[in-house]
Design a protein around this ligand. Structure first.
Ligand code: PLP
Length: 405
């Protein structure tokens, strides 16, 4: 099938001669075509502006056109090194790993290219470690009801979305999902068989469920007693979104591994697995790898993002504005009578609504607001972390209008 190009303003849209998009239809895309980003707004090919309450699904924490990202990118490009492979040392990746280690419980970091890959890597490291401290039976991975950990075979097996899973069975073996219930977990977490428990401290795709810190502390106690690795998936809720650099910092619970992706490299693809000293000590050359992970360009940009998201005044603003957002959303719920529940913290919020959330998202496009869903009846809000009170207020006004309609 040959491809033809049709001009649309300055953009070029390519369709095949059969009149269909050359992109596989794995996404139901919104009709507008986004051509620019400025601050916390996106602009489409008709010049229409959209205030961003989505951040490219929790990626664009610094909004659009951040000068530091451009500078970091141009400095990195001036070295001529976009990629070297992981066969050689480069300063950018080592510097970034050192920053993440310095800020966290971890002693070492593995870089990859996405969230699902980060979780797959964490599962492999858990099995490597589990076999070392236990027997060949200590390989199982347990995830929680409501979880989303990615769409590759092991991360999908750890993802509680029947419709995402069913067409692709068989998924990776020895990965199962358990209720978010201490008694059930107490039974499931068999120390002879289980290598790791993976948990999102805030289940993002699963409806913005903020897990109770007491529940998480009990999971920490159980896993520590049984030598089961506790993995925190902070791919969506980490890196400042809760108002803390890592979500775990505010929970009084320290994991053994932590996965990151989404905002890490300012929109360039990057994932990371942070590992404790004990787990890191069991990993050897050849155990895992990836061609692109932690290359000089992405790592240089990520170092800038990590510095910005470590800024105490930015984190404080996310906490303060986040508390205020919660109050404002509560007021919208009362005034509209169209919201059944509100969950969230910082700049991650979910609103259970009484009509399909997708309909509200679509009305947002008309009114110039980009928002997300998290399941059929939950609206999800993930503004860039640099969004200020005035911009949030503007977004909330639109939100109230589209919810109340
Ligand atoms: N884990 C969590 C908590 C996520 O929210 C996501 C993506 O939404 C993933 C993993 C998968 O990340 P990616 O889409 O980069 O593979």
């Amino acid at each position: 099938m040959s491809a033809v190009s049709l001009p649309l303003d300055e953009e070029v849209v390519t369709i095949t001669s059969a009149g269909v998009s050359p992109l596989l239809p794995t996404y139901k895309r919104a009709p507008m075509q986004l051509v620019r980003g400025e601050g916390v707004e996106l602009i489409d090919s008709d010049g229409k502006r959209y205030l961003d309450f989505a951040s490219g699904i929790a990626v664009n924490a610094l909004g659009y056109g951040d000068p530091g990202i451009a500078q970091a990118m141009s400095d990195a490009l001036s070295t001529g090194l976009i990629h070297t492979s992981n066969l050689y040392r480069t300063p950018a990746g080592e510097r970034l790993a050192a920053k993440l280690v310095e800020r966290s419980f971890a002693s070492q970091v593995f870089f990859c290219n996405s969230g699902a890959e980060a979780n797959e890597g964490a599962f492999k490291f858990a099995r490597r470690w589990g076999r070392k401290i236990g027997t060949d039976a200590k390989v199982e991975i347990i995830a929680l009801r409501g979880s989303f950990h990615g769409r590759l075979f092991a991360s999908l097996a750890a993802t509680d979305r029947p419709s995402y899973r069913a067409p692709f069975r068989p998924l990776a073996g020895a990965v199962s999902i358990c209720e978010r219930d201490i008694a059930e977990l107490d039974t499931a977490l068999d120390e002879e068989r289980v290598a790791a428990l993976i948990v999102e401290p805030i289940q993002g795709e699963g409806g913005v469920r903020v897990l109770d810190s007491d529940f998480l502390r009990r999971l920490r106690t159980l896993t520590a007693q049984r030598e089961i690795a506790l993995i925190f998936d902070e791919i969506q809720c980490g890196l400042g979104r809760t108002g803390y650099f890592f979500a775990y910092e505010n929970l009084g619970v320290v994991p053994d591994m932590l996965t990151l992706a989404k905002p890490l490299a300012g929109g360039l693809p990057m994932g990371a697995v942070l590992v404790s000293e004990e787990i890191g000590a069991t990993i050897q050359p050849g155990d895992h790898g990836t061609t692109f992970g932690g290359g000089p360009l992405v790592a240089a940009v990520a170092a800038h993002v990590v510095d910005r998201l470590s800024d105490t005044s930015l984190l404080e603003a996310v906490r303060e504005n986040g508390a205020w957002l919660g109050e404002q959303l509560g007021a919208i719920a009362r005034r509209s009578g169209k919201v059944r529940a509100i969950r969230g913290t910082g700049y991650i919020w979910g609103l259970d609504v009484i009509e399909p959330a997708n309909e509200i998202v679509k009305r947002g496009w008309d009114e110039g607001l980009l928002a997300l869903t998290a399941g059929e009846y939950t609206l999800r809000l993930l503004p860039p972390l640099v969004m200020d009170r005035d911009e949030l207020t503007r977004g909330l006004k639109i939100l109230e209008k589209i919810i109340s309609k």
